[in-house]
Design a protein around this ligand. Structure first.
Ligand SMILES: *Cc1c(COP(=O)(O)O)cnc(C)c1O
Length: 357
């Protein structure tokens, strides 16, 4: 199998070996040590400000998006949501479900967020902003620093969904001033799905510990309290947390976050160069490193996905909704190399020879 989706992605051998081990009991000092190591490296790689805390959540990242909305906002907030694709729209739906007053800044698929567009909302007493730094459905990267500056000026509680951007695109949590960031195990961390991670800056720690949330499982104050001893309130995905530990230490040994980000960037650049001669168009105005969104000019995008899967054993990532037949995505995260890109391009060239694209 060769997997170019955006998660779950290809795992490295060491991470896979840990997945094959027995899962240990977790209310132990040994497991707490694993959790503290994970916390330390997550804070370091996200460049989190002093005093930040980490919540390891046993749920997919949508659960963490929901936890952040529930714990950080109430009906007395006014939140600006950047909606440029299906993940942005998920934040809109979460605000609706939890009755958080919000205004939607809608962008077309592939469109970048300009400063001019964002500053239309300047000085309008917003209290929060929700954005997916890489809107993975279209592969658009938003400028976390430019948005951070807007939030600083307006004293806005800034939430970054970095689920696919963490370790793929440069992100400096302290510098851009994000109050909370979210990521997940199955994207650039290249582990199985099941764990999502929320980093809370001191401002967010203060907020979640001083407010009441109507939830047992998504009570972030409770999660942080348990994390003081390297534990979680309930049984976590112990095996995946151990795999994350292996992976984080591997990244650290290779030189840290910037080295991994550069690796993903190289993988993306290589793909975008190699695909140039094929009858495709790029979708994103400001492409993120983690994924390339591609519009086939002469073929149905979902058909391209099916043929690659069924006839070549290669997985690219189909799109859903109204992009299903027009856009497919190719991921650059996980254990992929430039040679893997060549394998994919050769398959596409073969399809072209067969008159399929
Ligand atoms: C993958 C992803 C998510 C979370 O998806 P889950 O299926 O809940 O893990 C959220 N936001 C972005 C930007 C993503 O890429």
């Amino acid at each position: 199998m060769l997997n170019f989706t955006v998660g779950p992605v290809m795992c490295g051998d060491e991470v896979r070996a840990v997945g094959g081990e027995q899962v240990p009991y977790f209310r132990t000092s040994e497991f707490s040590k694993v959790m503290f190591e994970n916390e330390k490296l997550m804070l370091k790689f996200a460049k989190a400000p002093e005093g930040s805390k980490v919540a390891f959540m046993t749920n997919s990242s949508t659960g963490s998006m929901e936890a952040v909305v529930m714990n950080c906002f109430t009906e007395s907030d006014k939140v600006l949501v950047i909606d440029g694709g299906s993940f942005g729209h998920r934040f809109v739906e979460l605000c609706e479900i939890h009755e958080v007053p919000h205004v939607v800044l809608k962008l077309n698929h592939g469109q970048k967020l300009t400063k001019e567009r964002l500053y239309e909302y300047n000085g309008q007493s917003f209290t929060g902003l929700l954005v997916n730094i890489d809107e993975t459905s279209t592969g658009v990267l938003y400028d976390s620093e430019m948005i951070g500056e807007f939030c600083r000026r307006n004293n806005i509680f800034y939430v970054c969904d970095c689920v696919s951007a963490f370790l793929a695109d440069p992100f400096d949590m302290a510098h851009c001033g994000a109050a909370a960031m979210i990521t997940g195990s199955q994207k650039v961390l290249a582990c199985p799905p099941g764990i999502s991670i929320i980093i809370l800056a001191p401002r967010a720690v203060e907020r979640v510990t001083s407010r009441k949330v109507k939830s047992m499982y998504f009570n972030l104050a409770d999660v942080l309290k348990n994390m003081e001893r390297g534990q979680t309130p309930f049984t976590p995905a112990v095996g995946i947390l151990r795999q994350i530990n292996t992976r984080l230490k591997e990244i650290e040994a290779m030189g840290g976050a910037n080295v991994e980000i550069a690796r993903v960037a190289t993988q993306a650049k290589d793909f975008r160069k190699k695909i140039r001669d094929l009858p495709f168009e790029f979708v994103s105005e400001s492409p993120a490193n983690g994924v390339t969104s591609v519009h086939p000019l002469n073929a149905d995008a979902y058909r391209v996905f099916e043929i690659l899967k069924d006839e070549y054993g290669i997985w690219i990532c189909p799109n859903g909704g109204n992009m299903k037949s027009t856009v497919f995505r190719v991921g650059h995260i996980g254990y992929l190399s430039p040679e893997d890109n060549t394998t994919l391009i050769n398959a596409l060239k073969d399809m072209q020879k067969r008159g399929m694209i």
